[in-house]
Design a binder for this molecule. Structure first.
Ligand SMILES: *[C@@H]1O[C@H](CO)[C@@H](O)[C@H](O)[C@H]1NC(C)=O
Ligand SMILES: *[C@@H]1O[C@H](CO)[C@@H](O)[C@H](O)[C@H]1NC(C)=O
Ligand SMILES: *[C@@H]1O[C@H](CO)[C@@H](O)[C@H](O)[C@H]1NC(C)=O
Length: 238
């Protein structure tokens, strides 16, 4: 089955979305031939409460822009389980007002990875809380998990992010509070030498960052490996 529009789920409650992939077929493919079909998010979730998505297979060409696999906002309790997502943009992007989201057994790639944000784009918008990524694999992604926060004043918060990832970026956190981020049992191979980047602002530092059991290896184009490096700026790791 091919679909050429995206699925929008708004204001749903206690919903389970499950698509199984028949042998050799791709389900949930947004066609993105340049200029012909719409280039958009595959599944967008807004205002939902307790939604579970499982066994999804979402694919789009790696050069198709804005084809996020799943985008969430203003929702509480969102589970994405046992899914394979490879698109031209984020596998999963987690927007303002998403709380209690769990991603388990995700195979992500190609694409950008899993993103939290952008957050803080408008003042007084909702934050993002209690996000967990576990048992997931990133293949040929630009990043593992990254947090994108705008460098402008906002009261948005990002906390309790618990993830097992290959790379973490916290960018431009000026004006946005980021605290209680937990990264544990992370191992894998990074395509960047600098695999762990916590780049926070001097005026709004990243607080209470917990890193445990991290083992990242950098593999260059010749497949030569070495221990990956990290960068911490205004990030308080305990
Ligand atoms: C969410 O929905 C599931 C059923 O799909 C139910 O078992 C679970 O208790 C619900 N969680 C909450 C917090 O309501
Ligand atoms: C979800 O998140 C909210 C706010 O972060 C929290 O108060 C609540 O207890 C969490 N759990 C459930 C099951 O809603
Ligand atoms: C953030 O919150 C504080 C106190 O609640 C308020 O004074 C300030 O104007 C808020 N900032 C923005 C950008 O909304």
């Amino acid at each position: 089955m091919d679909i050429n529009h995206s699925i929008m789920l708004m204001g749903c409650h206690l919903l389970v979305v499950a698509l199984l992939k028949p042998r050799g077929q791709v389900i949930g493919h947004v066609r993105t031939k340049k200029g012909l079909d719409s280039e958009s998010i595959h599944i967008s979730i807004n205002g939902c409460n307790n939604i579970t998505m499982q066994n999804l297979i979402l694919t789009a060409p790696s050069d198709s822009p804005n084809t996020d696999g799943i985008h969430t906002g203003n929702s509480n309790i969102v589970n994405v389980l046992h899914s394979k997502i490879g698109t031209g943009d984020d596998c999963i992007s987690i927007g303002p007002g998403t709380n209690n989201m769990s991603m388990d057994h995700i195979v992500c790639g190609h694409g950008h990875g899993i993103s939290i944000g952008s957050i803080g784009g408008t003042p007084r918008e909702e934050g993002v809380e209690n996000i967990e990524v576990k048992n997931s694999v990133f293949r040929n992604t630009d990043n593992g998990v990254r947090i994108k926060a705008w460098a402008r004043p906002s009261n948005a918060t990002v906390k309790n992010v618990n993830e097992r990832i290959l790379m973490l970026y916290i960018l431009q956190s000026s004006g946005v509070k980021i605290s209680n981020v937990k990264i544990s049992s992370v191992s894998g191979t990074s395509r960047n030498l600098q695999a762990l980047v916590l780049d926070c602002s001097p005026t709004n530092t990243c607080q209470n960052i917990k890193l445990q059991n991290i083992n990242l290896v950098y593999s260059d184009k010749m497949k030569k490996t070495q221990r990956a490096t990290s960068l911490f700026k205004h990030a308080y790791v305990n």
